[in-house]
Design a protein around this ligand. Structure first.
Ligand SMILES: NC(=O)c1ccc[n+]([C@@H]2O[C@H](COP(=O)([O-])OP(=O)(O)OC[C@H]3O[C@@H](n4cnc5c(N)ncnc54)[C@H](OP(=O)(O)O)[C@@H]3O)[C@@H](O)[C@H]2O)c1
Length: 251
C-alpha cells in the first residue's frame, strides 16, 4: 500500500473450500489475513500453513458475535481493506421434498449471516470512505433451478441487495461487489449427484477473485464459458427459459 501498511483482509468461511484457497492466495501476496468459521480445527489447519495468518471462530448466524469478532479484529489489526463474506451452506431440495428447516437454515447462514457481517463492517468503512466487500453469491441466484430452490433464493437475495447498494456506497468510497462462481470442487458441491459442467478447482476460483480485486466492477463471475450461458438463460422470456431448463435438467 502507498502508506506502507500491509493490506488486511477478513474472510468468513475461511477454513475450507473457496475461502481457504482465497486466504492462502492473499497470504502468498503478503496480505495480513484473518479467517473465521465455526470449526476451530479447520481454521487452525489453514493458519498453520502461514507465518502471519490468524483466525477467530465465528458463527455468522449470531448477530452479536459478528459485531464482537469484528471489533476485536479491528482493535488488533485495524479496519480491513477487504472483507469477503464467503461463509455459506448448501443442500439440494428435491422438488417433492419441501424442507422448511433447510429453507430457514440456508437463509440464516447465506443471507442473514451476510447481513450480520455487513452490519458490523459498513459503518466504519463508510466513515473511513474506503474498503472493498465481496459477497459470495452464486450463478444459482440468477434464476430458479430445480432442486436448488432454497439455496438459489438466498443467493438471489444477495445479488439483489448488493445491486441496490452498489452505486450509493461507491459514491461514499465503499465497493460492495458480488462473486458469482459456477461450479467449484468443494465439500458443498460434492453433494451434487449430477455431472457439473465446467467445474473448476478452489485454487482456480481464488485466482480469478484475487485478480479481480484490482477492478471495481459490480460482479466477479467465472468460468465465463459457463456463467455467460447462464446470463443468456437469465435474459430469456420465462416461457423459453422454462422450456430450456426443463430440457437441460430433465425436471
Ligand atoms: N462450490 C461451489 O461450486 C460454489 C459456487 C458458487 C458459490 N459458492 C459459495 O461459496 C461459498 C464457499 O463455499 P464452498 O463451496 O467453498 O464450501 P465450503 O468448503 O463448505 O465452505 C463454506 C464455509 O462456510 C463455513 N460456514 C458454514 N456455516 C457457517 C456459519 N454458520 N458460520 C460461520 N461459517 C460458516 C464453513 O465452515 P464451518 O462449517 O467450520 O463453519 C465452511 O468453511 C459459499 O457461500 C457457497 O455458497 C460455492
Amino acid at each position: 500500500m502507498a502508506d506502507g501498511h500491509k493490506k488486511l483482509a477478513w474472510i468468513t468461511g475461511g477454513g475450507s473450500g473457496i475461502g481457504k484457497a482465497l486466504a492462502l492466495a492473499l497470504d502468498a501476496l503478503d496480505w495480513q489475513v484473518i479467517i473465521s468459521g465455526r470449526t476451530e480445527q479447520k481454521l487452525q489447519a489453514v493458519v498453520e500453513k502461514s507465518q502471519q495468518m490468524a483466525y477467530s471462530t465465528l458463527d455468522v448466524t449470531d448477530k452479536e458475535q459478528n459485531q464482537q469478532v469484528f471489533s476485536v479484529l479491528c482493535e488488533q489489526y485495524g479496519l480491513p481493506d477487504l472483507v469477503i463474506l464467503n461463509a455459506g451452506d448448501y443442500s439440494p431440495m428435491p422438488v417433492d421434498e419441501f424442507n422448511l428447516d433447510l429453507i430457514y437454515k440456508l437463509n440464516q447462514v447465506n443471507y442473514l449471516g451476510v447481513m450480520n457481517g455487513l452490519a458490523a463492517i459498513l459503518p466504519p468503512m463508510k466513515e473511513r470512505k474506503s474498503g472493498q466487500i465481496l459477497l459470495m453469491s452464486s450463478v444459482a441466484g440468477y434464476r430458479g433451478l430445480p432442486d436448488a430452490a432454497p439455496y438459489g433464493a438466498t443467493k438471489a437475495a444477495l445479488i439483489n441487495f448488493a445491486e441496490a447498494l452498489y452505486m450509493p456506497l461507491k459514491e461514499q468510497g465503499v465497493l460492495l461487489r458480488v462473486v458469482n462462481p459456477g461450479f467449484v470442487t468443494t465439500q458443498l458441491t460434492a453433494q451434487n449427484s449430477f455431472k457439473m459442467p465446467a467445474e473448476i478447482t478452489t485454487n482456480e476460483a481464488a485466482e480469478r477473485i484475487v485478480k479481480a480485486l484490482e477492478t471495481d466492477s459490480f460482479e466477479i463471475t467465472f468460468p465465463k464459458r459457463f456463467t455467460y450461458i447462464l446470463k443468456i438463460l437469465r435474459a430469456l422470456p420465462y416461457r423459453i427459459y422454462f422450456f430450456l431448463i426443463s430440457k437441460i435438467t430433465g425436471k
